[in-house]
Design a protein. Sequence first.
Length: 318
Amino acid sequence: MKKVVVFGGGSGLSCLLSGLKLFPLEVTTVIAVSDDGSSTGVLKEEFDIPAVGDIGKVLLSMANVDDDFVKLLSYRFKNEGSTLYNHPVRNILLTALIDLKGSLTDAAKYMCSILNIKGEVLPLTEERAELVGRNEETKEEYFGEVSVSQNIKNISTLSYDRDIHIGNKVKKAISGADLIIFSPGSLYTSILPHLIAEDVVNEIQRTKAPIMYVSNLVTQPGETDGYNVSDHVKVLNDHLGARKIDVVLSNNAVINPRITRKYLETEGKTMVELDRNNVMTLGADIIEDDIFCIEDEKIRHKALNTAYRIFAYLMDTQ
């Protein structure tokens, strides 16, 4: 069975994994744990633990249990006067499991067993790490994922607030991979947190596995305004050292203009255009297809179509 390592965080990653679980693949997902917003940020601060939010979302996207159980774990407490307000049950469970099992890795492993998940879900690090953006000209620093996301245009370098340790399971997964994937998601706050970890980049440089980028469908306001597919690839390449993105999977279907106007007017988001010539100039092959869908007026990746194209690529490169 082919081995795939997926790096990412956020809803784009969850959608991708919900499709990949349908194929005969051995998938290891590595999740950034530097989120500091909403419920995750509160628990991270109060219990001095790595961020659990994105790992919780990924676990649910890969779960093979009945819908009611998934709904239970997704439930957010709604009483504004309660200390549990806005916390989803999955985050509370993961926080408790870190205490019981001793690490987020073991907490995620236990959740995988009760959710009947095929594959492995690993945190990038066990440490409570914070993103730090720095403007080299003004020497100003932006501390935490939320602040970094809001000030990308003022940031020239991205790092952590401490030296982080990458676990042996993550390194072993990279070294044994047949394909490495960078998922859709916030480029600077969900994807790059993996590539500013020196051990990850070093391990990727040692492997011969091809590197795939599954392109975002829409831009992220404040982070990637005006970016095309090639702009995303350039940023990834700048952080990959001697390696580069080998293949890009991108949408080529036209999205309903009514939906795209709504995204621009209400969220300031535009579609990420596939600029083929620029992508090929960067040395990347292109896989393009109709891989988007509309769910509740939201633009999403078609989980099955996207995963199928990844699976087909793996079979073709045997």
